[in-house]
Ligand binder design. Structure first.
Ligand code: UDX
Length: 440
């Protein structure tokens, strides 16, 4: 099968490399000349474990290529996947579909009978119908289909998520098109991966419903952790016990500073917009979204408490800027909300992240950029662990403590075993646990 993918960003590149690995001939079209040049040189412009090797392997095998122009690729393609960005529009909070519609216009001009357009980008429900109407208007009489095939890729584990997914969802109004898209995933189906065939609108909703449910779960456990703090309970014990009930499930019950990233926050807001337009009230999701915003803002108060209630003139080291480990993505990261609030309260802030420094430099100002965690902790009154990078959990804590001026360690991810901190003479301020901080 010959596939063109529009957009060699995160989703496009991972999907392109993986589909090539499954045997299709894939061309990723990238309009950003810098990005395109890098990809052609074999440089993958995002940090995702295993991706660079997979791209290299498939380019070498002649199954994966990159191009700057869409139109010449369409005539020879069986399918065109849309993997362009669908950001939130700043003016009105709506999903910005301009990249999708621009690509669709170009595809329509070059389209041939039998072409299948597949939406991989996360698009609001009914976008598939809208694309279909637009192409029909531009090319009356053309035989084509629009299929929804949402991605469920987590940053940091995207390759595994693509190759060993919990499910593949294919939403099609035309069986012939759904069958052809399903053929791409036949190697996965043979390995037992469920390939779910749905209506197109259901597939569009499935993506939002999945992310909204995850957001609800995280906001739930975060609020429950506040309740634990107020009642003498310990959220790790509570989450462990409730998670053993398979109806609840163990995953996504880790309390923290609020969820971030490129999907959960954006998709939560987008489904609320879609529902409001249809006069449907999604009170549970609205609650989860509001709770998450409040959560991010509340983290500065926790750090202030660890500073004895007075951040003015104090020095704080923030470890972790990426929204989660194993990514350089800082989008909507809780750390980015925390740092300016600490600065506003009068604290001097030093930061370090293994991968996210470059991206953070564009959004944070007035901070001290440190070369590593120990340099970051130099002279700090409090160290805040904002992202649970494994290297932070494995730090030499006596060395960290020796570099600091104060003794407070605010573990916003409950990532470091309390004994390890206590052994280093550090005072732990964790999440959802009202036991008094154990100082030695
Ligand atoms: C998410 C979805 O998991 C994926 O299926 C989807 O298609 C894209 O969005 P991603 O954004 O890469 O993936 O990150 P994820 O691992 O889901 O984490 C999202 C956020 O939730 C992170 O900020 C993480 O720290 C936070 N989180 C996650 C918690 O606070 N607690 C948890 O228990 C789990």
């Amino acid at each position: 099968m010959k596939i063109t993918i529009v957009g060699a960003g995160y989703v496009g590149l991972v999907s392109g490399a993986c589909l090539a690995d499954l045997g299709s001939a894939v061309c990723c079209v990238e309009s950003n000349p810098k990005r395109l040049a890098a990809l052609r040189r074999g440089v993958v412009p995002i940090y995702e474990p295993g991706l660079e090797e997979m791209v290299a392997r498939n380019v070498a095998a002649g199954r994966l290529s990159f191009s700057g122009e869409l139109a010449p690729e369409v005539p020879a393609s069986d399918m065109v996947f849309l993997a362009v960005g669908t950001p939130t529009r700043a003016e009105d909070g709506e999903t910005d579909l301009s990249y999708v519609h621009a690509a669709v216009g170009a595809i329509a001009e070059a389209a041939h009978d039998g072409l299948i357009i597949v939406t991989k980008s996360t698009v609001p429900v009914s976008t598939g119908s809208e694309i279909e109407r637009n192409i029909r208007r531009l090319r009356p009489g053309l035989r084509f289909a629009v299929v929804s095939n949402p991605e469920f890729l987590r940053e940091g584990t995207a390759i595994v998520d693509f190759m060993k997914p919990d499910r593949v969802v294919i939403g099609a109004e035309d069986d012939w098109a759904g069958d052809r898209v399903a053929m791409l995933y036949a190697p996965l189906a043979e390995r037992g991966v469920p390939v779910i065939r749905t209506r197109r609108s259901s597939a569009e909703v499935i993506k939002y419903a999945a992310n909204a449910f995850l957001a609800v779960k995280i906001s739930f456990v975060n609020e429950m952790s506040d309740f634990c703090e107020a009642t003498g309970a310990d959220i790790s014990e509570v989450a462990h016990a409730i998670g053993l009930d398979p109806r609840i499930g163990r995953q996504f019950l880790r309390p923290g500073p609020g969820y971030g990233g490129s999907c959960l926050p954006k998709d939560g807001r987008a489904i609320l917009q879609s529902a409001a337009k249809r006069s449907v009230k999604l009170r549970v999701i609205a609650g989860a979204v509001a709770a998450n915003e409040a959560r991010k803002q509340a983290m500065a108060g926790r750090v202030a408490a660890a500073l004895g209630g007075e951040p003015q003139g104090k020095r704080v080291a923030v470890l972790g800027l990426a929204f989660k480990p194993d990514t350089d993505d800082i989008r909507e990261s809780p750390a980015l909300a925390l740092v300016p609030l600490l600065q506003k309260a009068g604290a001097a802030v030093a930061v370090f992240d293994p991968k996210g420094m470059e991206a953070a430099a564009a959004v944070l100002s007035g901070v001290e950029w440190s070369a590593d965690a120990y340099a970051c902790a130099e002279g700090a009154d409090a160290v805040v662990l904002a992202t649970e990078w494994p290297e932070f959990v494995e730090l030499d804590f006596p060395r960290l403590a020796a570099a600091m001026r104060g003794r407070s360690f605010v573990d916003l991810r409950n990532a470091v075993p309390r004994e390890r901190l206590a052994a280093a003479g550090l005072t732990r301020f964790g999440i959802g646990d009202s036991r008094p901080p154990a100082a030695t």
